[in-house]
Ligand binder design. Structure first.
Ligand code: E4P
Length: 216
C-alpha cells in the first residue's frame, strides 16, 4: 500500500520524505489555508521536494474553470495530479482531463455509487473520506470495502485512495481491505512507528551492550 501525506505544510513533508517511506502528497484548500502562505509558493516547494504524485485541488466549480485550472496545475510538473470534486462538473472534467493524459484524483467521495462514476470517468484515484463518515456515525471503512469489491468486479484501473484518515487503525483496516493508497496526516504517519515494546527492547539492548567488555 502506498502512503501519501495529507498536508500542505512543507516542514512536515520534508520530515516524511526523510523517513524514506513516502510515496506522495495530497493537499486541499483547507490544508493550504492552514499554512497561511500563498498557494503558488507552497505548491512549488512541495513539487521540488516530492517526486511521487502530488494532488493539487481546483477551486473553480464550473466545468470550464476546472479544465482551465486543471491544465494549469498539470503544467507545473509531471508529479501533479489534479484534484476534482465529486460533482457533475467534476466528473465531466475528470473525463476530459483523463482523455488529455492528465492524472486526476476525484475527492469528497462518500458513496460507492459516486466511486463508480469516478471510475467510469477514468479517474486515476478516488478519495473516499472515511473519517468524515465515521464522524456522522456511518461506516467509513465499510465504504472502502464496497469500492474495492466493485472495482475488482469490473476491473477498473482507478486506485482507491483512503482519505480523511484519523488514526492508525484506519490504515491497518485499509491495508487489510487491499486499498491502493492511504493519505495520512503527518501526526498519524508518525504514530505508526510507535510501540512500547520496541522502546523497551531497544533500551534493554543498549543497557546490555554497555556490559559487553570493551563497549562501555
Ligand atoms: C483528502 O485528500 C483530504 O485532503 C483529506 O483527507 C480530508 O481529511 P479531513 O476529513 O481530515 O479534512
Amino acid at each position: 500500500m502506498k502512503f501519501f501525506v495529507d498536508t500542505a505544510d512543507v516542514a512536515e513533508i520534508r520530515r516524511a520524505v526523510a523517513w524514506g517511506i513516502l510515496d506522495g502528497v495530497t493537499t486541499n484548500p483547507t490544508l493550504v489555508a492552514k499554512t497561511g502562505r500563498r498557494f503558488e509558493d507552497v505548491r512549488s516547494e512541495i513539487l521540488q521536494l516530492v517526486q511521487g504524485p502530488v494532488s493539487l485541488e481546483v477551486t473553480d466549480m464550473t466545468l470550464e474553470g476546472m479544465l482551465t485550472q486543471g491544465r494549469q496545475l498539470a503544467a507545473l510538473g509531471k508529479q501533479v495530479v489534479v484534484k476534482l470534486p465529486l460533482t457533475r462538473e467534476g466528473i465531466a472534467a475528470c473525463k476530459q482531463l483523463t482523455d488529455e493524459g492528465i492524472r486526476t484524483n476525484v475527492t469528497l467521495c462518500f458513496s460507492a455509487n459516486q466511486a463508480l462514476l469516478a471510475a467510469k470517468a477514468g479517474a486515476t484515484y478516488i478519495s473516499p473520506f472515511v473519517g468524515r463518515l465515521d464522524d456522522i456515525s456511518q461506516d467509513g471503512m465499510g465504504l472502502i470495502a464496497d469500492i474495492v469489491q466493485i472495482y475488482k468486479n469490473y476491473g477498473f484501473a482507478t486506485q482507491v485512495l483512503v482519505a480523511s484518515v484519523r488514526h492508525p487503525t484506519h490504515i491497518l483496516q485499509a491495508a487489510k481491505l487491499g486499498a491502493h493508497v492511504c493519505t495520512v496526516p503527518y501526526k498519524v504517519l508518525d504514530q505508526l512507528f510507535n510501540h512500547p515494546l520496541t522502546d523497551l527492547g531497544n533500551e534493554q539492548f543498549l543497557k546490555d551492550w554497555a556490559k559487553v567488555p570493551g563497549q562501555a
